[in-house]
Design a protein around this ligand. Sequence first.
Ligand SMILES: N[C@@H](CCC(=O)N[C@@H](CS)C(=O)NCC(=O)O)C(=O)O
Length: 249
Amino acid sequence: MHRLITIGVSHYCEKARWALDRSGVAYVEEAHLPVFHMRSAKRASGGSMVPVLVTSEGETITESAAIVRWADQHAAEPICEGVSEAGLALEKTIDGRFGRAVRTWAYGHLLPEGKRHVEAFGRGAPRWETRAMRLSMPIAKRMMMKGLGITPERTKVARERVVSTLDTIGEHLEKSGEYLDGGRFSVVDLTYAALAGPLVNCGVTTPIIDEARVPAAMREDVAQFSAHPAGQLIERLYRTQRNVVPVSD
Ligand SMILES: N[C@@H](CCC(=O)N[C@@H](CS)C(=O)NCC(=O)O)C(=O)O
């Protein structure tokens, strides 16, 4: 069986998970809490980043974009073929600066509240990790905030980057129509929706954070982003494409 090593709440991991789910390939997810993921990631790939896919043939694939392409080779309706140069450039921008900005924005709101969000961070992680994280939260929180460079200033800058990318996506959508490239669901849409999902609290089937627990300032942002045309695209893609497994004839 193929194994996908993840941090449950990570949007880069969600991107790989979405592509694998869509491909219909059977796999198991080994989700961890941040910090606890390191041992498994290192063992599988030698590095500390997730997602990591270890195929049943023993191949190790790092980088969510590469995992999406691996999954796509097994999908009945491939989404990576025939994407325009401009579409690929947009995918790259979303994958890089935008994805990192979304993470900084989300952690900037959630990490200061520490323990309150341990379950959400660890979606699918072993219970012992959740318990250990609860106990070690003051230290883990400091480690994560330092490691990810989360400060109020950086969270503010990340939010500005998020807003300007949403505006760009909104303008792009006015020209491209229903989808971001080529008039059909493609890797550009999947990459965008997965990496932007936290902005509108979109998870696989349920919100990422229990609605009642979303911090007030984050809630205001989520409401603003959800009303934006580019935010509405995220919700539409989750609703219409997230749990769809195309079947071949
Ligand atoms: N470019 C990478 C980015 C993945 C990434 O940033 N993963 C984060 C989780 S969101 C991670 O593993 N962070 C933990 C670490 O670096 O130790 C990809 O697309 O897979």
